[in-house]
Design a protein around this ligand. Structure first.
Ligand code: BES
Ligand code: MN
Ligand code: ZN
Length: 511
């Protein structure tokens, strides 16, 4: 795990393996960003022209490594593009700092200690740099290097991430800076844990083993964890979770993870889709569509990470996480297209497509979460391919039953550095799910499939509870190359938004 410190020492005096500086786009070539004055001085004030000679422009994510001149105590200078135009009125945004710090940290895999000399005007800037650097300093190497010593130094070229991050320009003794650094560390560690869970192959991560991880973490942080296994789920009438899980050798689980604060005035419920592998079931996915379906528990991982982070930060709000865990497999005992399930709410659902399984497990968890009458419910799910078609692979869709809550979440996500967009729940799409046999079918019109799924979920949310649904099918898993602070594979999507929502709720900012 990576350590984080703030330091007032100058970039020249810091003994590290590398110093990171920022480069912005100037009118006539690259410009060295504030924070790197001492480094520039060691280059006789010629760092910008050296970078220009090497072809650097200051573009976002661009990385240039240089041998440090004498005068610096670190051997390497890494210049990272901020993508921003150098303009006095236009301060470097938190997200551009987060991305630059992340890209730099990724480029420093294999290094031990790095100092980040990026522009810090306010505590938010130091927080963004810390967050980006910690999120960039991530690698999933648990399954590599087996032929050697298991330390991830095999022929695959896996390198360990930075062990120590020093944010320069921060004020380590200032209360606000201290708190910001602690927050960044807790948040990034939990996001990285969510990424680990998403990346863990489905032969090792299944409902029972996932529940065990949650139980252990809950114990560590003094949280209440309750696990319903397949027996209790059957007895309790959780037809949706049982139906989806019944085709697998690994039985389903519903996990409740509760953080409470003695002075809390509000309670939030977070509900996560936790399909540890989505084969599609009897409506089997074709090859090409199932290779990355270990990511189908990313919603549950995000909820887990957010509840633990809220606890670590001691937020003055109650946060309950509900993880609906099942493996969607096509055995002889699997649910069939045509089967009717009786859900926890009592409603019946005709399963037309066993690959629309997420809404079935979520429906039961939403009903169960509603029973406790929280002030608001947010569910997080890799729910539909349609949402990826609509918004691409970096933006999640937000639906819900309360426009102002939906808008608030969109704004909170934006501020936290997560791309999202509000989506409607058009009432006319409901009739596509009419079933001749049951109360509702689990599939409707193909067009607007993400919204159809949202409409289905809405029917299982308790009366008068503000509810939002985040469809993270796009951003949860990065099949492309890494960028900014986002690695390949699991990303930890939605954790920052959930944590920020809990913070705002604790502060009484939301009605
Ligand atoms: N887990 C998938 C959705 C998904 C697709 C997640 C791509 C991440 C990337 C979900 O269970 C699913 O299969 N949805 C179907 C629903 C359809 C059968 C109504 C889909 O989107 O095709
Ligand atoms: Mn599916
Ligand atoms: Zn799924």
């Amino acid at each position: 795990m990576t350590a984080l410190t703030l330091s007032t020492s100058g970039a020249a005096a810091l003994r590290a393996d590398a110093i990171v500086v920022g480069v912005a786009k100037g009118a006539k070539g690259p410009v060295v960003a504030p924070g790197a004055e001492a480094v520039d001085k060691a280059f006789d004030g010629k760092l910008a022209s050296v970078l220009e000679t090497l072809g650097a422009s200051g573009a976002e994510g661009e990385v240039t490594k240089l041998p440090a001149p004498s005068g610096l105590k670190s051997p390497v200078v890494l210049a990272v593009g901020l993508g921003t135009a150098l303009d006095k009125d236009d301060a470097y945004s938190a997200e551009s700092l987060r991305r630059a710090a992340g890209a730099a940290a990724r480029a420093l895999h294999g290094f031990k200690k790095a100092g980040f000399a990026l522009p810090v005007e306010a505590v938010e800037d130091a927080a963004a740099i810390a967050e980006g650097a910690l999120l960039g300093a991530y690698a999933f190497t648990a399954y590599q290097g087996g032929e050697k010593d298991g330390k991830g130094e095999s022929g695959s070229g896996a390198k360990q991430p930075l062990a120590e991050i020093v944010v320069l320009g921060g004020k380590p003794r200032d209360k606000a800076f201290k708190a910001a650094a602690e927050r960044a560390l807790a948040l990034a560690e939990e996001i990285n844990r969510a990424r680990d869970l998403v990346n863990t192959p489905p032969n090792d991560l299944y409902p029972e083993s996932f529940a065990a991880v949650v139980a252990a973490a809950g114990k560590e942080h003094g949280l209440k964890v309750q696990v319903l296994d397949e027996k209790s789920l059957s007895k309790g009438g959780y037809g949706g979770i049982i139906g989806v899980g019944q085709g697998s050798e690994h039985g389903p689980r519903l996990v409740k993870l509760a953080y409470t604060h003695p002075k809390a005035e509000k309670t939030l419920a977070f509900v996560g889709k936790g399909i540890t592998y989505d084969s599609g079931g009897i409506s089997l996915k074709p090859a090409g569509h199932n290779e990355t379906m270990k990511c189908d528990m990313a919603g549950a991982a995000a909820v887990f990470a957010a509840v633990i982070t809220a606890a670590r930060l001691g937020l003055r709000v109650n946060v309950t996480g509900w993880l609906a865990l099942a493996e969607n497999m096509p055995s002889g005992g699997a649910v069939r297209p045509g089967d009717v399930l009786r859900m926890y709410s009592g409603k019946t659902v005709e399963v037309l497509n066993t690959d629309a399984e997420g809404r079935l497990v979520l429906a039961d968890a939403l009903t169960r979460a509603s029973e406790e009458r929280p002030d608001a419910i947010v569910d997080v799910a890799t729910l539909t391919g349609a949402m990826v078609l609509a918004l691409g692979s970096r933006t999640f869709g937000i639906m819900g039953n309360d426009e102002s809550f939906r808008t608030a979440i969109h704004e909170i996500a934006e501020e936290a550095g997560e791309q999202s967009w509000p989506m409607p729940l058009p009432a006319e799409l409901r009739k596509g799910m009419d079933s001749p046999t049951a109360d509702i079918a689990n599939m409707g019109e193909r067009m607007g499939g993400g919204l159809v799924a949202g409409l289905f979920l809405q029917e299982f949310v308790g009366e008068d509870i503000a509810w939002a649904h985040l469809d993270i099918a796009g951003p949860a898993f990065n099949d492309g190359g890494p960028f900014g602070y986002t690695p390949k594979g699991g990303t930890g999507s939605a954790v920052r938004t959930l944590v920020a929502l809990a913070e705002r709720t604790a502060a009484g900012d939301l009605g």
